[in-house]
Design a protein around this ligand. Structure first.
Ligand SMILES: Cc1cc2nc3c(=O)[nH]c(=O)nc-3n(C[C@H](O)[C@H](O)[C@H](O)COP(=O)(O)OP(=O)(O)OC[C@H]3O[C@@H](n4cnc5c(N)ncnc54)[C@H](O)[C@@H]3O)c2cc1C
Length: 387
């Protein structure tokens, strides 16, 4: 029998996140979206503190493991209120905190995890570069061992949380001749390290409330290699980003649900030809499609999260399916919401305009939809070939 029920603990966590998001985070979404980049940094730190105080920032984060069901549930609720806040929270607690929880040494866990959970420290993961997004083999950043230190050089051009980060995980070559799987390492770099400079906050189309900047390293001494051993960076980043697809899907379904709820309210309130526009089949069908898309996205994401929690072999593929479906889904859902609001949604500063911009990142973030299809097709083709 298939059991779709969340446990009482999971229901309570989801309800706590939903309440906090509605009361404290949603009212900040428009403010963050329209704030100056300097204000964004201050406002986002406040939001992360609020999430931490309520105990939802650390959802799913444990020593040595990540409970992806909890991470998903909280992610969807926060994203429904403000996708920028979730993506910043996720970069700190899941991308940086998760990497340390999964791969860090005991000393590294005790040095950073408590601070990341309480938002006293903010984390970031810097792996991609101007010429190396999907293709990690094209990375240019290097680490050279000198006098007992690893000195990092290179530039990471788009890093979520860089302007407010206290601890950055930076991917660089330790031995290029060893190839992708053995030659890369993930380094812990602390704010204020010599040779570390963070660029001016970057303007983006959506997620404008999230602090994003480039990071330049000029012979910057790393604090340590994550896990203490060189050559594990590719495996660590790959495992983390594969799990992360479930949390990106949470952003997509959260934004999609916000689109649906706002479009439904508009379909009831807005009248044309003497009746609510929702009474027109063309509008009602859009709401039906939005609901279906969100519900399937949620179901698929929780299926993938469950597979990870239960160590199923297919978990990474299911996570790719969840991200693919939810990423393309939220693009469609946001488009339908915009169509229902029509001219009054297209105006700058409306909720649906912000959601439309935020939604578009779902298909790009940490594995494009194209790469999700490549990931899903490969084992399918392998299975087919063996028959
Ligand atoms: C808001 C935002 C926040 C970000 N935050 C971070 C962060 O915190 N840390 C970080 O390190 N990076 C971050 N990034 C960078 C992000 O990870 C990359 O943009 C993403 O991985 C895609 O890489 P790319 O943009 O270089 O695209 P490319 O890799 O150049 O891809 C371009 C196009 O080519 C296609 N393509 C490439 N290779 C293949 C292939 N083999 N088969 C089929 N199609 C292919 C892609 O699907 C895509 O359509 C962020 C980006 C943004 C916009």
């Amino acid at each position: 029998m298939i059991d779709y029920e969340l446990t009482d603990q999971e229901k309570a966590l989801k309800a706590k996140a939903a309440e906090l998001a509605a009361k404290e985070i949603a009212p900040q979404a428009k403010v963050l979206d329209e704030a100056s980049k300097a204000e964004v940094c201050v406002l986002m730190k406040n939001n992360l503190k609020k999430l931490a105080a309520a105990g939802v920032l650390e959802a799913g984060l444990a020593d040595g493991s990540i409970d992806l069901i909890s991470a998903y549930l909280v992610g969807e609720e926060i994203s429904k209120a403000c996708a920028s806040t979730y993506m910043s929270a996720r970069a700190s607690s899941f991308l940086a905190g998760g990497a340390i929880a999964l791969f860090g040494t005991a000393d590294q866990k005790s040095a950073y995890l408590a601070g990341l959970k309480s938002a006293d420290k903010i984390g970031a993961l810097a792996y991609s570069e101007a010429d190396s997004g999907t293709d990690l083999g094209a990375l240019a950043s290097t680490a050279v061992s000198e006098g007992g230190n690893w000195l990092l050089s290179g530039t990471k051009d788009i890093v979520m949380n860089a302007p407010i980060a206290d601890v950055l995980l930076v991917l660089a070559w330790t031995d290029k001749s060893a190839g992708l799987e053995k030659g890369l390492s993930l380094f812990i770099v602390e704010k204020g390290a010599a040779g570390l400079s963070v660029g001016a906050p970057i303007e983006t189309m959506g997620l404008r409330g999230a602090p994003i900047a480039s990071v330049a390293l000029d012979k910057c001494p790393a604090k340590a290699i994550l896990g203490g051993e060189a050559g594990k960076g590719y495996e660590q980043v790959t495992r983390l980003l594969e799990m992360g697809r479930v949390t990106v899907a949470a952003m997509c379904v959260g934004v999609g649900t916000a689109c649906m709820e706002k479009a439904t309210a508009q379909a009831k309130a807005r009248k044309a030809f003497g009746k609510p526009i929702g009474a027109f089949q063309e509008v009602g069908f859009k709401l039906a499609d939005m609901f279906t898309q969100n519900d399937l996205g949620r179901t698929l994401s929780l299926r993938a999260a469950w597979a990870y929690n239960n160590k199923e072999n297919d978990a990474p593929i299911l996570a790719a399916c969840a991200k693919l479906f939810s990423g393309e889904g939220v693009t469609m859902v946001a488009n339908m919401a915009m169509q229902i609001f029509a001219g009054h949604g297209y105006l700058k500063g409306t909720d649906v305009e912000r959601l439309y911009r935020d939604a578009r990142f779902g298909e790009i973030c940490e594995g494009t939809t194209e790469m999700m299809r490549v990931t899903i097709a490969k084992p399918d083709l392998d299975r087919f070939a063996s028959r």
